[in-house]
Design a binder for this molecule. Structure first.
Ligand code: ZN
Length: 130
């Protein structure tokens, strides 16, 4: 949250992006934390509802990555650095890359995908600041 406020104050889109990404990955977030300016100085307004809706949507997409029976988004990138989108697939336990056949680190995969989605859904907001 801190990095979002600072990013807005100093017009630093990369801080805002990092803040949103962290919110999406944090498993213990509560609606109260997102929606209320609890114990914050008056200058720090809570996130607006559109922002919260996007963040919740992205969180739900990221949660799907941890579910064996759900299909993987087709724009995931290999965490071992294979060039371009190679396509990832599940065996019964892990996710692998079609190109290098290496097992994927799911935490890294989730972070990368969150960053992709945050960049996409908050593009307008972030571009204005550049
Ligand atoms: Zn690969």
């Amino acid at each position: 949250m801190e990095s979002i406020w600072l990013g807005k104050k100093y017009h630093a889109p990369q801080w805002i992006r990092r803040g949103y990404t962290r919110i999406c990955i944090d498993e213990s977030l509560s609606p109260t934390y997102l929606g209320e300016p609890l114990q914050q100085p008056r200058s720090r307004r809570p996130l607006d509802w559109k922002t919260i809706a996007y963040l919740c949507y992205i969180r739900s997409e990221i949660n799907k990555l941890g579910k064996l029976n759900s299909s993987l988004p087709n724009n995931l990138r290999c965490t071992h650095g294979c060039a371009g989108v190679t396509g990832l697939y599940w065996d019964s336990i892990n996710i692998y890359c079609r190109s290098c056949r290496m097992r994927q680190n799911q935490a890294t995969l989730a972070t990368n995908h969150t960053d992709t989605l945050v960049s996409h859904y908050f593009k307008e907001e972030l571009d204005i600041l550049v």
